[in-house]
Design a protein around this ligand. Structure first.
Ligand code: GLU
Length: 495
């Protein structure tokens, strides 16, 4: 039940008022450009190709009229950026928030290009959104606005399985993805692949199990990979493993909650949760599932009886912990707050949470920064699985499930016979026996594919970081640039 509610839980929160970086620091797009330029120096990619990779390919800006429930008409600004066409379709989320503007959408689409390349997904980057607080819309208004947005995107080539495939982001969820897909489908009734024009849809409408938790789970897999490596844990003077690690998270929406859920399950202790509606802290740990249920019921963390309420969320950032996960909005870790952090590892769940000055301050303190391109790529990775499932018109694993189960059963029975174990004993002793004999479920395959992609990308990023002597963020950018260059650009523009 809880997971069902979470799937549609809108995570847009006014974090920006609470903690966005000072205006003296570079804006979001400038910030991504700075990291890009720094990484580019470590490649031998030609300047003209670098310029092409850096430039946002196409943007759309439209005004959407909406007939409100009371009969009045309101207008909303909406955007979609297709950052790179080096691979198609473009892929990236759809954000509904008051601060959505062209600069943000462009920066986020740039990060999508880099992120997809970083974890080796065959997509260009895209991102879109509407400048609206979704909480001010009724369900009917939300549907009408979303369908109008999808109509404009479709007409202008910004929504289709071949060119541009939006997914969810802050303030949107599976309902929006279903409405957008349905609008596209009614405009293109003969397109056999129409259902693949969005991802993050409800399961009954072509979605895939595991999409809701995928970004948080991906972060967990990547963090676990780093914490298994003694070289990295020694650097920050921590023992290896997730078990016993203390965590503070900023943002308790889809990404923050699910990351904490999986970390807690593996023995980590969640000490603090920072939210604009009130932040909570408990030295002995907070049960995040209990806290989430409270938040859904009360729409705030205020009044949660099992932790101390801290009015100023920024103060929670300064408490002693092993890991901080910024999982809210961009630029929330910056030159003014980062010097006061008291942690060993920063694992970026949000897109672009750390400004260059923030990173400099953390590195001075010896904090290991695990970059967004890698850490939050789980969402788009599972979107990729959904997209492939839609194009294939078949559930992953359907053809092999029964065969695999029978084969597992035969292997186990053969071993049991050799060892002289009776069938009854086997049933009694092996809890996994039944599961093995069933073959992999769709969810098993999604989790396994995600784990594989995240682990590989972590290894590649570590290798580049060690080879070039650069931090992990620059290594992730270098790997992405190299992949974009190698994959297509050389051929495309004949350089
Ligand atoms: N919003 C997700 C992200 O920032 C991706 C959405 C999608 O699956 O396309 O990575």
């Amino acid at each position: 039940m809880l997971s069902k509610v979470l799937k549609t839980f809108s995570s847009r929160t006014p974090f920006r008022q609470m903690s966005s970086g000072p205006s003296t620091e570079p804006n979001f797009l400038e910030m991504v450009n700075m990291y890009f330029d720094k990484a580019a120096k470590h490649t031998d990619i030609k300047p003209e190709v670098l310029e092409l990779i850096k430039t946002c390919d196409t943007v759309l800006r439209v005004t959407l009229p909406l007939k409100k429930d009371d009969g009045s008409i309101k207008y909303y600004k909406a955007y979609r950026a297709q950052h790179s066409h080096h691979r198609l379709p473009c892929k990236g989320g759809t954000r509904y928030a008051l601060d959505v503007d062209l600069n943000e959408v462009e920066a986020l689409s740039f990060l999508m290009t880099l992120k997809c390349a970083c974890v080796n997904l065959p997509f260009g980057g895209g991102k879109g959104g509407i400048t609206v607080d979704p909480k001010t819309l009724s369900l009917g208004e939300r549907e009408r606005l979303t369908r109008r947005y999808a109509l404009e995107l479709s007409k202008k080539g910004f929504l289709s399985p071949a060119a541009d495939v939006p997914g969810p982001d802050l303030g949107t969820g599976e309902l929006e993805m279903a409405w957008m897909m349905d609008t596209y489908k009614s405009l293109n009734p003969t397109n056999l692949n129409a259902v693949a024009c969005t991802t993050g849809k409800p399961l009954e409408m072509g979605g895939i199990p595991g999409r809701a938790e995928s970004t948080g789970l991906g972060l967990y897999y990547a963090l676990r990979e780093f914490l298994r490596d003694k070289k990295y844990t020694d650097k920050v003077e921590l023992p290896t493993g997730i078990n016993g690690k203390k965590v503070i998270v900023q943002g308790f929406g889809n990404v923050g909650y699910w990351a904490c859920h999986f970390l807690q399950k593996d023995g980590a202790k969640i000490l603090g949760v920072i939210e604009p509606s009130g932040s909570v802290f408990n030295e002995n740990g907070i049960d995040v599932d209990d806290l989430k249920a409270f938040m859904i019921q009360h729409k705030t963390l205020k009044g949660y009886p099992k932790a101390e309420l801290v009015e100023n969320g920024q103060e929670v950032f300064t408490r002693k912990t092993d890991i901080i996960i910024p999982a809210a909005v961009e630029r929330s870790v910056h030159g003014s707050n980062a010097p006061n952090f008291n942690c060993k590892i920063l694992a970026e769940g949000a897109n672009g949470p750390t400004t260059p000055l923030g990173e400099e301050a953390l590195e001075k303190k010896g904090v290991l920064v695990l970059p967004d391109l890698l850490m939050n790529a789980g969402g788009v990775t599972v979107s990729f699985f959904e997209y492939v499932k839609n194009l294939g018109h078949i559930k992953p694993g359907l053809l092999t499930k029964r065969w695999q189960g029978k084969r597992n059963r035969s292997i186990i029975e053969a071993i049991a016979t050799l060892k002289g174990i009776s069938h009854e004993e086997l049933e009694a002793k092996s809890a996994d026996w039944k599961k093995l004999a069933e073959g992999a479920s769709e969810l098993d395959l999604v989790y396994s594919g995600l784990e594989q992609i995240m682990s590989e990308a972590v290894q590649e990023t570590k290798e580049t970081s060690e080879r070039l002597g650069v931090n992990l963020r620059i290594a992730a950018y270098v790997n992405s640039l190299q992949r974009i260059d190698d994959a297509t650009l050389k051929g495309t523009i004949g350089l």
